[in-house]
Design a protein around this ligand. Sequence first.
Ligand SMILES: [Zn+2]
Length: 278
Amino acid sequence: MLAYKHNFSPHRYFLWNNKDIRFKNKSLFFRNWFENKIILVGQLLNEDGYLLSYGEFIYKFKIPITPKEYAIVFDAIPRGVVSLLNSSVVDVSNIDLHENIIIGNINIKDKCSNKQIRNIVCDTTIPSARFFWSNIYGDIQWGNAWKIANKYCISNKVKEVSFKMLHRIYPVKHVLERFKLNIDYKCDFCGMEKETILHLFFACIYSRMFWIDIKNFVTKEIGPVVLFNGFDIMIYFRNSDIDKDVVYLITFHIHKCKWSNLKPNFFHFINEVYVKQL
Ligand SMILES: [Zn+2]
């Protein structure tokens, strides 16, 4: 076991507001990284103990970070710290935040739960997300929408997708456009339309075909004709005939397909759900 001078421990070596991790003489804080639970330097190492390449970073965290932002953070990390971290495994789910960490004007001490992070996200995204969805779907009972993702027995990973869709922070290419990257901004599935959240999960021809397959399956197995429209998918599911968890599992499947360069596929989906229940 390593002994650390000056009480240094890799398990609480923070990226943000750290006096040793600076760009243009200022310590860093990137909200979008933090909101995606990137908090410690140790999370930025690959299995071999080296700093992640840009490609590895995008693959691991699946969030829209520009190469410039990547370079700012990774260049600022002292190389000595990396070699110290090499021998330590950092598990962010078990970290204990003993030191002060300032997020915006919030000082998170002792414990930083998912709920706290979620609340920070909610504070900033609720007004604009409400406005956006109300513009499309009119009157919405927001009480139902905000509670819905916590109501059913589905895993955090699955919930996360619905939560990000509802809050419009899901990393579709449309949100990357403002960074003016030299990439193709068209939908990963069809390659034709602009990749917005609504397009990717609902309007895209590939997603639509997938939803139709699901609808046919549910209708055949259960009886009533179940329609999945944009509102049910994006905001909350209003049909009481089938288990509501299924909508979250379906959007999760679409999400997984996007990030593994596959198209949504009914048989793969059924297989996943079935295998999961074994
Ligand atoms: Zn498309």
